[in-house]
Design a protein. Structure first.
Length: 106
């Protein structure tokens, strides 16, 4: 399955548009990760714990989207967009949403 953010794939022809596909992943905040992120905020640097959650969330959402595209008979997804939102009480949850258009290419 080819997954791209562009609306076409160079060297490939789109022969059928199968429809919109999406995937979501929701993660709760971890108190230990929050503690170490707070320390990182004070002393500076990157927050590896949160970066890992963001990457894991995106990967899970993309995998779900890919599964839905396969169910439609697609072999590619174009125009992919990834969105990150906080939700829940005190914004303690992170939601990653991925959308794209399932297509058949040759």
């Amino acid at each position: 399955m080819l997954i791209v953010t562009t609306d076409n794939i160079q060297g490939r022809q789109i022969v059928e548009y199968m429809g919109l596909v999406a995937g979501q992943a929701v993660y709760g905040a971890n108190i230990l990760r929050d503690f170490f992120a707070g320390i990182t905020d004070v002393i500076g640097g990157r927050s590896g714990g949160y970066e890992t959650v963001l990457m894991d969330g995106a990967a899970a959402a993309i995998k779900d989207m890919e599964g839905y595209a396969e169910e439609l008979g697609a072999n590619a997804v174009i125009g992919v967009s990834i969105d990150y939102e906080t939700m829940g009480k005190d914004n303690s949850m992170l939601m990653v949403s991925v959308t794209g258009t399932a297509v058949k290419i040759v």
